[in-house]
Write a protein that binds this ligand. Sequence first.
Ligand SMILES: NC(=O)c1ccc[n+]([C@@H]2O[C@H](COP(=O)([O-])OP(=O)(O)OC[C@H]3O[C@@H](n4cnc5c(N)ncnc54)[C@H](OP(=O)(O)O)[C@@H]3O)[C@@H](O)[C@H]2O)c1
Length: 227
Amino acid sequence: MNDKIIIVTGAFGALGREVARTLETRGARVVRVDAAASAPDGLAGADLVPGIDLTDYAATQAMVAGVVARHGALDALVNIAGGFRWETVSDGEPATWELLHSLNLRTALHACKASLPYLIGREGARIVNIGAAAAAKAAAGMGAYAASKAAVLRLTEALAEETKDRGLNVNAVLPGIIDTPANRADMPDADTSRWVTPQALADVVAFLLSDAARAITGVGIPVTGRL
Ligand SMILES: NC(=O)c1ccc[n+]([C@@H]2O[C@H](COP(=O)([O-])OP(=O)(O)OC[C@H]3O[C@@H](n4cnc5c(N)ncnc54)[C@H](OP(=O)(O)O)[C@@H]3O)[C@@H](O)[C@H]2O)c1
């Protein structure tokens, strides 16, 4: 990653922590952005940007401009911020569809749009969005979430087409169930050995950010472990 300056959103969450750590291990300068007010322990000396609500476009623009002012440039953006609700159509609230649209699509759209002025034309520039395997087919209770992640994939495709002649690669990673403490608590009887680990996902994100993936743009890669 050779000192590449990379914004990771949702970096205080389960997947974001691992992605940020992996990219740093490989030599990137990682800026960790999150809505949470305080970062997890053990990140002394890291570039932390807590308390940023990425559904607020002005706040997102100011955050990206601040990163560029501190580091002098921006090489890549990894959009991990997002949220989940399990809710059936019969028993759920219509407002949940707007909530997940906002948490998953709006956050990614705002971060992409705010970063474009710095990424376009920059050698090796990348955006990686985190979608979900559910973007392709929704199970019961997954409608609002799947619709919002399908929208993230469509954003990825459209932005990749729009920028493919301007040196920017835009791709998505589509995780299945991730082996996180929250999922273990929610599904205590599941066979967790079949889930995908945050480390395995971080490796795929790192690949997409690397020069080895220079010919890949506009795709969503399912990364689902053994499910
Ligand atoms: N876990 C899974 O099985 C799974 C499967 C497929 C896809 N994914 C996707 O993978 C990503 C990470 O999942 P995860 O399990 O690591 O989730 P997580 O632990 O909840 O982490 C998500 C992080 O995003 C932050 N965030 C939420 N809304 C935000 C906003 N408006 N502005 C800035 N930050 C915001 C959250 O902060 P707060 O906690 O303060 O809100 C949290 O720190 C998500 O996009 C998720 O949809 C997860």
